[in-house]
Design a protein around this ligand. Structure first.
Ligand SMILES: Nc1nc2c(ncn2[C@@H]2O[C@H](COP(=O)(O)OP(=O)(O)OP(=O)(O)O)[C@@H](O)[C@H]2O)c(=O)[nH]1
Ligand SMILES: [Mg+2]
Length: 252
């Protein structure tokens, strides 16, 4: 089977850590071996202790105190420090062979959009023989505001283009979406975004001077035709298993 890993990305609060916990519990229940790699130096508590943890290499608080950086600058420093100390990570990774690795990333969007950090990290994993799948999470509450949904879709696309790896997008927290909404046709246009359907909402929500921009962004999403979402309800085993199957399938 080879070494596989999921790089779990997405904006702050999109549900990355919860997704990792859910995936690990699910895999353990079905007797699959998984390891959590925590890449977020600002993380606090985990349900499952990470097998590998960036906090054992460098402390965000130390960086903030010693270098007098704010939290965002310190986080970038920590990740760049990791890239300079990949020997440490290689030792920690050991030889997991057929196991899965689930990587919980920080929520700073700039890590996926314009810093080369994640790209270099992925290159490193690939050199070690890992097949890496990007899993980009977006909070399903964004569907209530098309402007947020559009912005989230642009950031998902940006991560896909930056990393050039197999990729799935997941709409999280579906347990919070009403049954009525889930059963309606309306939700389908978010799973497989059709910009012409969303554009009307978007134009109603923005001032006329932005309409040309909205249309250009809509065309961009259509032209790439790459962004679609898989809904995830963490309370339903079938839903978690489906994401896992799509992740495996992404390598085919
Ligand atoms: N109801 C519900 N709440 C969720 C779900 N996923 C996450 N949450 C809640 O959303 C909040 C943020 O979840 P996290 O998993 O910490 O999100 P994150 O993306 O790791 O956040 P950062 O690491 O700060 O970027 C927490 O209060 C979670 O309990 C979900 O599937 N359903
Ligand atoms: Mg987190």
């Amino acid at each position: 089977m080879g070494k596989k890993c999921q790089l779990v990305m997405g904006p702050a609060g999109s549900g990355k850590s919860t997704y990792c916990e859910t995936m690990i519990t699910h895999c353990q229940n079905s007797k699959r071996t998984v390891h959590l790699l925590n890449l977020d130096p600002a993380a606090e508590n985990f349900l499952h202790d990470p097998t590998i943890d960036i906090r054992n290499l460098i402390s965000l608080e130390d960086v903030m105190t010693e270098l007098q950086y704010g939290p965002n600058g310190a986080l970038i420093y920590c990740l760049e420090y990791l890239l300079e100390n990949l020997d440490w990570l290689e030792d920690e990774l050991g030889n997991f062979d057929d196991d899965y690795l689930i990587i919980d990333c920080p929520g700073q969007i700039e890590l996926y959009t314009h810093f080369p950090i994640m790209r270099r990290f992925v290159d490193f994993l690939q050199k070690l023989g890992y097949m890496v799948c990007g899993v980009y999470l977006l909070d399903s509450q964004f569907i209530q505001d098309t402007t947020k949904f559009f912005a989230g879709t642009m950031s998902a696309m940006s991560a896909m283009i930056q990393l050039e790896i197999p990729h799935i997008n997941v709409l999280t927290k579906m347990d919070l979406v009403s049954e009525k909404m889930k059963e309606s046709q309306e939700i389908e246009r978010f799973y497989d975004p059709d910009s012409s359907l969303l554009l009307e909402d978007l134009n109603n929500l923005t001032k006329p001077k932005f309409h040309a921009l909205n249309e250009a962004l809509g065309r961009l999403i259509d032209e790439y035709n790459m962004v679609s979402y898989i809904p995830l309800n963490i309370l339903e085993e079938d839903s978690v298993e489906y994401i896992l199957s799509q992740y495996i399938f992404s390598f085919k």
